[in-house]
Design a protein around this ligand. Structure first.
Ligand code: ATP
Ligand code: MG
Length: 393
């Protein structure tokens, strides 16, 4: 069946007045972005408090739906057949033809739901419902009307043209990216941080990202893996500015000067500081990590507190209460899992201690860091200044 448009349903609760325009404008912008790479020509428009995607000429239906189902803020995608308004007799025939083609299996219940924004139309909504219902019953006697829970809800909207749709493909929900500021994601090559980025973007937050690597201890392939993950997250979140930080000298220095069981925590604290620097520089409103309570030694409540202590920005940890199994499920759903499990070294796993502290004491950690005072500021400054910036689309 050839669909000419998609009606975009979005969650409207709590978006009134000025917020509503912001929400809709961001939604339109994100839809355009999501369809950029899709085969076909599309125009996205706002009318009568609704958002439509019109498909000009030929287009790839599957790809279009796939693109739209990545746009946060969309709760439903309705493929629409648009009919010329050439009289009610013609409409009856067109509706029968629609049902004929769309629903080969006829032993189903249905209901017609007409809406009329064109008040000059000769019939009112109720009359349209009855007359079209009758026409369908006449053509397909095996069908039955059910006004409460129909299998098929035939929506007929009378405007200058007539819009017919009966299917709602679920969208991802959430809020359009760009309606809630931006935040800095600490993106590693693991399973968790891409999921954390996805979940924050789902609430309308645009993303930037920081990745720490340690060449030559970590390879170019490890970095490419992170770029791939950033691309996958960007397919939902929109463009991401990725800061790639060379962390080698800082890590080596910590390794040389600090107790090895504290390495991971101290490294994490410097990661946070550097990520926060970029966040501040770029107008982000918070940091995001993929941490979840108790997952590893560096994510116990004590470790999280020690890491958090260096931040002045709020740190968002959307996976805080998730089990690994639940995180993996989302990673599979959003298609980052296969990339995440590729076996490349991460800077944290290279300098890891055999027995890391699980209950770090903040006072002791701060004392250990005093051993770094001679060179650390200079090393951090260099790491920040030499960071490579990649625009991920
Ligand atoms: P992930 O799967 O996200 O790597 P993880 O289970 O491996 O998480 P850790 O290695 O303890 O957990 O990392 C905790 C969080 O710290 C990560 O979710 C990420 O936000 C951040 N992080 C860790 N390593 C890096 C890195 N090399 N670059 C940027 N951020 C990192
Ligand atoms: Mg990791």
């Amino acid at each position: 069946m050839k669909f000419h448009s998609f009606l975009i349903k979005y969650g409207e609760i709590g978006i009134k007045g000025k917020n509503r325009y912001m929400f809709e404008d961001a939604l339109v912008r994100q839809i355009r972005y999501a369809l950029k790479e899709v085969d076909g020509e599309f125009s996205v428009r706002k009318t009568h408090g609704r958002v439509y995607v019109d498909c000009e000429g030929d287009y790839d239906y599957e790809e279009t739906v796939e693109g739209l189902s990545r746009v946060f803020g969309i709760v439903g995608i309705c493929p629409v057949v648009r009919l010329a308004n050439t009289g009610f007799e013609q409409l009856k025939q067109d509706i029968v033809a629609y049902v004929e083609e769309r629903y080969p299996k006829k032993d189903q219940t249905f209901k017609v739901e007409a809406r009329r924004s064109n008040k000059h139309y000769p019939l009112n909504s109720m009359e349209i419902n009855c007359a079209l219902g009758e026409a369908v019953l006449e053509a397909f006697p095996e069908m039955k009307v059910d006004v409460h829970t129909p299998d098929i809800l035939l929506n007929v909207e009378v405007r200058e043209e007539i819009y017919v749709y009966s299917e709602i493909i679920p969208g991802p929900g959430g809020m359009p990216v760009g309606t809630n500021g931006s935040a800095m994601l600490l993106l590693s090559g693991g399973i968790d941080s891409p999921v954390a980025g996805y979940m924050t973007a789902k609430r309308g937050v645009a993303l930037e990202a920081t990745y720490f690597h340690a060449p030559p201890y970590t390879s170019e392939r490890a970095k490419e893996k992170v770029v791939d993950l950033a691309k996958q997250v960007a397919s939902y979140a929109g463009p991401i500015k990725l800061h790639v930080v060379n962390f080698t000298d800082i890590q080596l220095y910590i390794y040389e000067k600090c107790p090895h069981e504290e390495l991971t925590i101290i490294m994490r604290r410097y990661m946070m500081k550097i990520a926060e620097h970029f966040a501040r520089q770029n107008g982000c409103l918070g940091l995001i990590t993929g941490e979840s309570i108790g997952q590893v030694a560096s994510q116990t409540m004590q470790s999280l507190a020690a890491t958090n202590a260096v931040c002045t920005f709020p740190v968002y940890r959307p996976l805080i209460g998730f089990d690994k199994r639940e995180i993996v499920e989302i990673a599979q759903k959003i298609d980052t899992y296969e990339t995440s499990i590729q076996p490349f070294e991460d800077c944290c796993t290279i300098f890891v201690a055999k027995h890391p502290v699980t209950r770090p004491d903040l006072g002791r950690i701060e004392k250990s860091e005093l051993n770094l005072r001679e060179k650390i500021d200079e090393l951090v400054k260099t790491a920040v200044e030499t960071a490579e910036i990649l625009q991920i689309h």
